[in-house]
Design a protein around this ligand. Structure first.
Ligand code: SF4
Ligand code: F3S
Ligand code: FES
Length: 254
């Protein structure tokens, strides 16, 4: 048959506390976890809070945890689970709960604001910039980010360590710093913002011990660790301890 009944366990509650509620719910062929959550909402728990928008893996809204693993609810097929298994859905653990499956992700917006924006090259008119294709392509991968914050949720530096949140921007925003650091036209260094050094001093790059959990959960398959964090760490070491490398890079930039 193409319809079966699945056992779901969904966290319900708010900032004051909560717990898991069991639901026996119908599953149809080809459905994703979000479809089933919507069925629970439509039938037995009308006030169940869940955030979603696109149902196509592109808006980054439906992030939650399925069996303890950070996932997009709309991109997690029911067919990956056995029919007998109980499927547990909980809100993102690293962020404060608002209600049920909805968390307050404002930590991430605060971290985004801490990254100094792109500085246009001095003396070049807007629209007159030129970049080599390989430089365009290098950052293209990072621009696929849908800001689902699954990487931010899974990174052990903050996952169970609220105290690290002040100092650590998380993989998504360290990746943003790396992207700007690789940008051949970013002139932040000329204004005293050496990206790779601020990554260490202001954004907590040193907390990352390259466990790669961020890369594993990224729904856009961005190679966050290998292509952003490790190169950023290498440059940070060069720039910080070898003034000649730093000076060399500043001369080459002109
Ligand atoms: Fe989500 Fe990947 Fe962007 Fe992190 S880097 S916020 S996991 S899309
Ligand atoms: Fe965290 Fe990713 Fe580094 S999971 S420790 S930011 S490699
Ligand atoms: Fe948009 Fe899931 S609803 S990514």
């Amino acid at each position: 048959s193409t319809v079966y009944e699945a056992a779901f366990r969904v966290w319900r509650g708010d900032a004051a506390g909560g717990g898991l509620t069991d639901f026996a719910v119908e599953v149809h062929d080809g459905e994703v976890v979000l479809d089933v959550v919507h069925r629970i909402q439509a039938t037995v728990a009308n006030d169940l809070a869940v955030r979603w928008n696109c149902k196509a893996g592109k808006c980054g809204s439906c992030s939650a945890e399925v069996n303890g693993r950070p996932r997009l609810l709309c991109m997690t097929r029911m067919s990956v689970f056995s029919r007998e298994e109980t499927i547990t859905i909980t809100p993102l653990r690293a962020f404060p709960v608002i209600r049920d499956l909805v968390t307050d992700v404002s930590f991430n917006y605060a971290k985004a604001r801490e990254v100094a924006s792109f500085v246009p090259p001095p003396g070049v008119a807007a629209g007159a910039y030129r970049m080599r294709q390989e430089d365009v392509e290098r950052s293209q991968e990072f621009r696929k980010c849908i800001e689902c914050f699954l990487c931010q949720d899974t990174c052990h530096v903050v996952r169970d360590h609220e105290e690290n949140k002040t100092a650590f921007a998380g993989p998504r925003f360290l990746m943003r710093v790396a992207e700007l650091d690789m940008h051949p036209l970013d002139a932040a260094a000329e204004t005293g913002v050496e990206r790779s050094v601020t990554a260490q001093d202001d954004h907590g790059l040193g907390y990352c011990n390259i466990t790669k959990c961020c890369t594993e959960v990224c729904p856009e398959h961005i190679r966050i660790t290998d292509n952003a964090l490790i190169p950023l760490k290498e440059r940070a070491v060069d720039r910080k301890y070898d003034p000649l490398v730093w000076l060399g890079s500043r001369i080459r930039r002109r």
